[in-house]
Design a binder for this molecule. Sequence first.
Ligand code: ADP
Ligand code: ZN
Length: 213
Amino acid sequence: MFPRARHGWIEVVSGVMFSGKSEELIRRVRRALIAGRRVQLFKSHLDDRYGGEFRISSHDGRQIDAEPVSNAVQVAERVSPETQVVAIDEAQFLDDGICEVADALADAGMRVIVAGTDMDFRGEPFGPMGLLLARAERIDKLSAICVVCGDPATRNQRLIDGEPAPAEGPTIQVGGAESYEARCRRCHKVPKRDRAQGELVLGGTEGPRGRTG
Ligand code: ADP
Ligand code: ZN
């Protein structure tokens, strides 16, 4: 028998909201469970889509629960040395330290699967996702369907009271009557508040009085 190579890697599942990142992460975790791997699953505590509980079951009856974490150090502290696969959902909400943690886990021989939306509502890299994408051995970028025109969606549209939210808002909005849509580049709107005019300018590529959309 040849000894098995002992090295891990990082794989990132990125893309816009509603593109199926969590579905893909769950699929990979379920298959790892079927393969008999020892898996640990983490998710940002900021994500409450699963009603506080996120359990993945395989058909052979094995199941694991997601452990909520609020930063990269908590991931590092909670990974057991026996773990073979580490999966992290909603990684955009974690700090940049998750890159070093993911690297260290991969160096220690683990398969690290990271899912997260790669762009914030302005279309800028979201949290540590840009750094993670640069370090990953494998990247899958998923698209959703633009709710306006039906083309492939690559952007997160933030809406406040149904209107495109201005660029100046915080990247992570806590509370408030906001919602998100998947949109394509053309239908994605990020009004910039023009300080001289005091009016909202859509797009931002034209002059102070310009307006697109
Ligand atoms: P993500 O983790 O990327 O936010 P999820 O895996 O939670 O995505 O959800 C993906 C599912 O969302 C799709 O399978 C589909 O049923 C649903 N969905 C809702 N809105 C859209 C949309 N605009 N485009 C594509 N899928 C959508
Ligand atoms: Zn569109």
